[in-house]
Write a protein that binds this ligand. Structure first.
Ligand code: ACO
Length: 372
């Protein structure tokens, strides 16, 4: 092979082009900074922006919300299937099966045109919250709550989980977290989705594969691992000793470090403030202090800034959500980014098929089985 370039983990490699988001000069979706979007937009506006390329006008947003509301009810067979999955199954496995199962009931399954992909993306966006909430209630011995088309996606998600209306603060906190999780360039799960789309497979297959990639603790699974860390530390007064011991033992501290953001994840910076406000309102100041101690020592000693999963785990904890819902919530949001990338890949496709550097043995002569 000529011009052979090899970078372990594809670090620093430009593996394709995208017009959906960039992390250069801060994170922006389709040209809008995430700080601006998180401060002023709803998750639905952001989803529309990512999928369709620009912010919706009033009529477009109303129609989009209407379509999402109408699509949120899933086929009864999907709920039946959720009942059949053993109660102890990992929630991310349920989300993966859910995305895959929804394909069988999608009227556009088999149609990979641009328009059909947009319709499928909207339906997955509307339906994954229903799958998440229904599964959570079923495994808790409760009946699923029907989606309420009058609510926002975040409000409806919390409504379907709790069977009671969320406070404005809770709904907004969920909305902001979904905005920040929605899209992130060529991360591992998005790249997975693009590889699948590049074979001219279909959107549901790409999203199903992406969910598998997101599950790992080095990627989306980190937000759950962060909560395990905070639970292990216990209280603010134990934080300094815990983190110094953990660093001395060369433990990987979940929620810190990033392949690309070496000087800080702008999403984490933004969410930290919201998290601190919610902590005061819900009486979790001790956990905020604990997190501050850990953060200042990891940043000071290792020069590793926190990533989005560090504050988002606390945010979900303050919303009283069970830990194993954290990464599934990431799925609910990132469906938008994955779908946009599948559409972008499919619209201008070239099969993604890199080469490997061979490290195996030199050529050997075949020896018949009796003579080996
Ligand atoms: N805790 C302790 N040390 C760390 C951490 C961490 N969280 N992250 C990186 N390091 C250290 C490594 O041990 C390594 O040190 P060494 O050179 O002395 O061996 C050095 O920093 C480089 O680490 P790599 O793993 O090679 O860096 P990479 O670019 O692959 O890391 C990653 C990116 C995987 C995210 C890493 O920082 C990590 O494991 N973080 C914890 C998991 C996590 O929070 N993931 C969420 C990612 S963001 C998201 O999905 C929303």
């Amino acid at each position: 092979m000529t011009n052979e370039v090899y970078s372990p983990g594809l670090e620093g490699v430009i593996a394709g082009e995208t017009a959906i988001s960039t992390i250069t000069g801060g994170l922006s979706y389709r040209g809008y900074s995430i700080e601006d979007l998180a401060a002023h937009a709803t998750f639905e506006e952001v989803a529309y922006l990512i999928l369709y390329g620009d912010l919706p006008k009033r009529g477009e947003l109303d129609a989009f919300n209407k379509r999402l509301g109408a699509a949120a009810t899933v086929a009864p067979q999907v709920i039946d299937a959720l009942r059949l999955i053993p109660p102890k199954a990992s929630f991310m496995d349920v989300m993966r099966s859910g995305a895959s199962f929804l394909a069988h009931f999608d009227p556009d399954a088999g149609d990979n045109s641009h328009e059909a992909n947009l319709r499928k993306a909207e339906r997955l966006l509307a339906q994954m919250p229903t799958v998440l909430a229904a599964r959570h209630r079923l495994r808790s011995g409760q009946q699923p709550v029907a989606p309420d088309a009058k609510r926002s996606l975040s409000g409806n998600l919390l409504w379907m989980l709790w069977n009671e209306p969320p406070t404005d603060r809770a709904e907004r906190a969920m909305d902001v977290s979904l905005i920040l999780y929605a899209e992130h360039e060529y991360n591992a799960s998005t790249f997975t989705a693009r590889v699948i789309a590049s074979t001219m497979s279909d959107l549901h297959s790409a999203v199903t594969g992406a969910i598998g990639a997101l599950k790992g603790p080095l990627h989306g699974g980190a937000n759950e691992a962060v909560m395990d860390v905070l639970a292990e530390v216990g209280s603010a007064d134990k934080a300094e000793k815990w983190i110094r011991d953990a660093l001395a033992a060369k433990r990987r501290i979940m929620g810190f470090g990033h392949r690309v953001y070496k000087h800080g994840d702008p999403r984490a910076t933004y969410l930290k403030t919201l998290c601190a406000e919610l902590a005061v309102e819900t009486g979790h100041q001790d956990m905020e202090r604990m997190a501050d101690v850990i953060e200042s020592i990891v940043v000071g000693e290792k020069k590793l800034p926190p990533n989005l999963d560090w504050p988002s785990a606390r945010l979900y904890h303050y919303l009283k959500l069970p830990v194993d819902l954290y990464t599934p919530l990431f799925v609910v949001s990132r469906v938008v980014g994955w779908s946009a990338h599948v559409i972008e890949q499919s619209d201008n496709n070239r099969l993604i098929r890199p080469r490997a550097r061979y490290t195996g043995p030199e050529a050997k002569k075949f020896v018949a089985v009796e003579k080996r």
